[in-house]
Design a protein around this ligand. Structure first.
Ligand SMILES: [Fe+2]
Ligand SMILES: [Fe+2]
Length: 260
């Protein structure tokens, strides 16, 4: 079973290089059950930007679920505070979607906050709802949680701070038996499993995967990546594959496998 992870389209930005060749072939070859999109669909939270990004994502074929990022909030006042999610919800109905199938539970969390500019935080109610959903799910079902803000830091970028209160979030998600946490925001890819940084954790693996940018809002900037990730959930193993656009071609740049 495969899940495709796209993040940070930034539609409407100056760069406007969203996606690239080879994506349709990858989807056809791997037939993902679902596409998860971890925010920053728009560059400035404008209606037409969110509309265009949504149309683009829905044209790919598989079912798509999305959460907002900090760039999906209106930049203008008072809209940013009086109706922060209006345009996003117009397209997606909710900022915290759920997908369930026989083998997979996917929970989207909204970590963008109107009063924060860049950084992210989850609401307590979201975490509690997630804990209930996880508790009601049979143990053999794979659990994927996705949100815009990263929990593990970027490999090559220091400015963007990880999710606020991440230690508590990690604990709650680990208690619920989450297999993989997928995020974006930093436009760089990284994958790390809890045992690689946290001594004394339980036996179950908990993978933190951050996707490269699907868009390229600042095409001249170094220190960003342009690509996507693909997750595999198979009996006894979870895999993370990172694909990067390089010279007009979508290339597999790395793959990691984690026993479950
Ligand atoms: Fe972004
Ligand atoms: Fe962001």
């Amino acid at each position: 079973m495969r899940v495709l992870h796209l993040s940070d389209l930034h539609l409407g930005s100056r760069g406007d290089e969203v996606g690239g060749p080879g994506l349709e072939e990858l989807i056809e070859r791997t037939s993902p059950e679902l596409i998860v999109v971890s925010g920053d669909l728009a560059n400035r939270g404008r209606r037409e930007q969110i509309e265009q990004a949504t149309a683009r994502l829905r044209s790919l074929g598989p079912k798509v679920v999305a959460v907002p990022g900090n760039h999906d909030l209106p930049y203008s006042f008072p809209g940013r505070f009086s109706h922060p999610w209006r345009e996003f919800e117009r397209q997606w109905a909710t900022t915290e979607p759920i997908h369930r199938s026989e083998q997979l539970l996917v929970v989207g969390l909204n970590s963008a906050r109107p009063w924060r500019q860049q950084s992210g935080k989850l609401r307590r109610a979201s975490l509690e709802r997630t804990a209930r959903l996880l508790a009601d799910t049979p143990p053999e079902v794979f659990r994927l949680v996705f949100l815009h803000h990263h929990l593990a830091c970027a490999p090559w970028r220091a400015r963007k701070r990880p999710l606020s209160g991440r230690r508590n979030v990690l604990r709650r998600l680990a208690e619920g038996g989450v297999d993989l946490v997928a995020s974006g925001h930093i436009h760089q890819s990284s994958t790390i499993e809890r045992h690689e940084f946290d001594v004394g954790a339980g036996l179950r693996p908990l993978i933190f995967a951050t996707a490269p940018g699907f868009g390229r809002p600042r095409p001249r900037r170094q220190g960003e990546a342009h690509g996507l990730q693909l997750y595999g959930f198979d009996e006894g193993e979870i895999s993370v594959e990172t694909y990067i656009w390089h010279e007009g071609e979508l290339r597999l740049t790395g793959a990691r496998r984690f026993p479950r």
